[in-house]
Design a binder for this molecule. Structure first.
Ligand SMILES: [Mn+2]
Length: 356
């Protein structure tokens, strides 16, 4: 197993690459979507939360990430002594009609394919994605973690409908008319995912890129009136079986799995790592189950993280593990301190497992 760190777009600086190296990180996972443009966030130095209008404005629908910028990014990361393991999340501006089954679906499927081909050409092995209409939303912040550290949680279901012009919890069309997206059923969303996998998995295979699906976060059967895809552990298997291929794999989020109301975290980790379909791991601890849970520090909460890592090791998982979100620590650099704490715990755990 390799120690990684996820960086948001505005954090892609030489200083943060050095921070990662100093913490013992060897691999980076990079977000190229700017989640913080024009949104209602408390601070950029935290995971995005937003309000019912989402995180903010999506990117430029007419400008995909270029091969040159992907190559330059990889070179800058390599120059800092690190590897670029994955890009996490497509920009909703580039693929919203794949999620919504809208009039631009053909064009947006082509956008996804072009992006994956460019990742392959740039030597970036994994593309993480989250196939969701409502996206990551419905959450609250509060002093939920040890010592009153601010973190994120959920306090009951979120049923507010999604306004037209929004997808994946971002605004794709600021000029959309008033009104709301029509609700999506479970059959609808699985059909849309099937269309996506049938078109994109062969392209990913040819490009040497692994697609990695994140489960729905928070994992509720519906969110804002829209059916969710993977909100229980058994539904990962349905996603994998829909298009069996090593290129159809998982962005395995331990925190989200722990929030699921069915199944057992340790059995779930064993089941999917044994199949070798875990592309990379988000490590995060929580207290409670959706829709009532709180994110905690990695060494508190409901999950025995050492046991999770031991299972991954026993199943010969050799990919990257990154801290997911962490609570904000009270100091001048709340995000960095939270990440350094989680990375220190993870590094010690990996050394202890290797020594056994
Ligand atoms: Mn996650």
């Amino acid at each position: 197993m390799k120690l990684g760190l996820g960086l948001y777009r505005h954090m892609l600086t030489r200083e943060n690459f050095q921070f990662a190296r100093q913490a013992g990180v060897t691999h980076l996972v990079v977000h190229l979507v700017d989640y913080f443009k024009g949104g209602a966030h408390a601070a950029q130095d935290n995971q995005p939360t937003g309000n019912q209008r989402g995180w903010g404005l999506a990117g430029d629908p007419n400008r995909l990430w270029t091969l040159d910028e992907l190559l330059a990014l990889r070179r800058a990361i390599n120059d800092a002594g690190l590897q670029l393991e994955a890009i996490e999340n497509f920009d909703p501006a580039h693929w919203h009609d794949v999620l919504l089954d809208g009039p631009l679906k053909r064009k947006h499927l082509q956008n996804v394919k072009t992006t994956i081909q460019r990742l392959g050409e740039a030597g970036i092995p994994i593309m993480g994605y989250n196939f969701s209409v409502a996206g990551v939303c419905g959450r609250i912040t509060g002093p939920f973690a040890r010592g009153g550290a601010e973190s994120v949680g959920m306090d009951g279901p979120c049923d507010a409908p999604v306004p037209l012009g929004m997808a994946w919890n971002m605004v794709c069309d600021p000029d959309a008319p008033d009104g709301f997206l029509p609700p999506v059923t479970h059959d609808d969303i699985w059909r849309r995912l099937g269309d996506f996998l049938d078109e994109v998995v062969p392209v990913a295979e040819a490009a040497g890129v692994t697609l990695a699906a994140h489960p729905d976060d928070p994992p509720t059967p519906t969110m804002r009136g829209h059916a969710r895809l993977v909100y229980q552990p058994r539904l990962f298997q349905r996603l994998l079986d829909r298009r069996p291929s090593p290129a159809n794999s998982l962005e395995f989020c331990i925190g989200t799995i722990a929030e699921m109301t069915e199944g057992d975290v340790y059995e779930t980790v064993d089941l999917y790592s044994r199949q070798r379909r875990v592309a990379y791991v988000h490590l995060r601890n929580v207290r409670g189950k959706a829709p009532h849970y709180q994110e905690t520090f990695i060494d508190e909460g409901d999950v025995d993280m050492l046991r999770v890592l031991q299972i991954l090791h026993a199943n010969r998982f050799d990919g990257v593990i990154i801290p997911d979100h962490t609570p904000q620590m009270s100091c001048a650099a709340p995000w960095h301190a939270g990440m350094a704490h989680a990375l220190g715990y993870m590094r010690a755990a990996l050394q202890a497992i290797a020594a056994q």
